[in-house]
Ligand binder design. Structure first.
Ligand code: NAP
Length: 277
């Protein structure tokens, strides 16, 4: 029989700015669950496997995992879902009957968030540009491939884009990072998965003057709420979304895994998060 998950948290390093506690605690209250408050816990990177296992033994039987621990989390799991196996990364751990199960809800979070703006069947055969080839790009490429998009990828380090394509066994059109502006007119959707535009980082400067008026811009970044890329999309009057939808939807998938309740995603939650920055 499944154990009831009473203690949950997000782990990472750094973890101070995580919005996951606000999201999960909102739903815990909304659903009147008799569980402890969802916490955020910083993990010492020198001893991360031992620290994670200690938490599990200490009855933290539901853990969300964020950077840079998703690959370590993958390594300690006894059971893995098809998605986490493919990505070799875990963002949701469930500890039950002394067994560690790993899932990765990021691709589903991205897919569900896209569906708030575009019918996923309308993505079939569309040209999508993914910028970046880090951990999050893997989830995005995996999800877009399932949606049958035609994917082009660019990354500052092109070799990492090649590795990504090989590791996931998903054929991609790979172009040079500095060619973005000359290619942009081809795309129906552009997804920024790089850290460019994040608070404290330089911006991702793309010239949107030649982009299709029907294109959609998706920036995975949610802090700041509006990156320069999103501001530029607004000026061009093209459709856009930031990373908050993906963050909330991947959290909803984890919540369902642990508590067997699919939480309601409503405007109050969005404004709660908007005001937590
Ligand atoms: P990551 O694995 O560290 O990858 C970072 C990516 O950014 C790489 O492609 C890297 O290129 C690129 N990059 C960094 N600095 C750059 C620069 N100066 N010029 C050009 N490219 C640069 O990080 P990640 O986990 O993929 O996260 C990336 C972003 O996505 C973060 O802002 C994170 O907050 C956001 N994110 C959002 C969600 C969500 O739910 N909305 C989920 C996950 C991540 P190189 O390979 O050349 O280094």
């Amino acid at each position: 029989m499944n154990k009831i998950i009473k203690k949950t948290a997000v782990i990472g390093n750094p973890i101070k700015h995580s919005l996951s506690p606000q999201i999960h605690n909102y739903w815990i209250k909304q659903n009147q669950l008799e569980v402890e408050e969802y916490r955020k816990i910083e993990i010492n990177l020198l001893n991360s496997k031992v620290e994670i296992k200690k938490l599990l033994e200490n009855e933290f039987s539901g853990l969300n995992v964020t950077i840079p621990l998703k690959e370590i989390a993958y390594e300690i799991c006894d059971n893995l879902t098809e998605t986490s196996k493919k990505l070799k990364a875990v963002n949701t751990i469930t500890y039950n009957n002394n067994s560690i199960s790993g899932d990765n809800t990021d691709p589903e979070g991205f897919t569900k968030s896209i569906a708030e703006k575009i019918k996923t069947e309308n993505i079939v055969g569309k040209n999508v540009l993914v910028i970046g080839a880090g951990g999050s790009a893997r989830s995005i490429v995996y999800a877009l491939d399932k949606m049958q998009a035609k994917i082009t990828i660019v990354n500052r380090t092109t070799a990492k884009a090649i590795n990504l394509s090989n590791d996931l066994d998903i054929p991609l059109n790979i172009e040079e990072f500095d060619q973005i502006n000359s290619l942009i007119h081809d795309f129906d959707m552009v997804v920024n998965t790089t850290a460019l535009g994040m608070l404290g980082n330089q911006n991702l400067n793309i010239d949107l003057s030649k982009i299709k008026s029907t294109a959609h811009i998706y920036d995975l970044i949610y802090n700041p709420f509006e990156t320069q890329l999103i501001k530029d999309a607004k000026i061009k009057n093209i459709s856009y979304q930031n990373g908050l939808g993906m963050l909330i939807n991947q959290a909803a998938e984890s919540f369902k895994i642990w508590h067997d309740v699919y939480p309601t995603i409503n405007a109050d939650l969005f404004s709660l998060l908007r005001n937590s920055y």
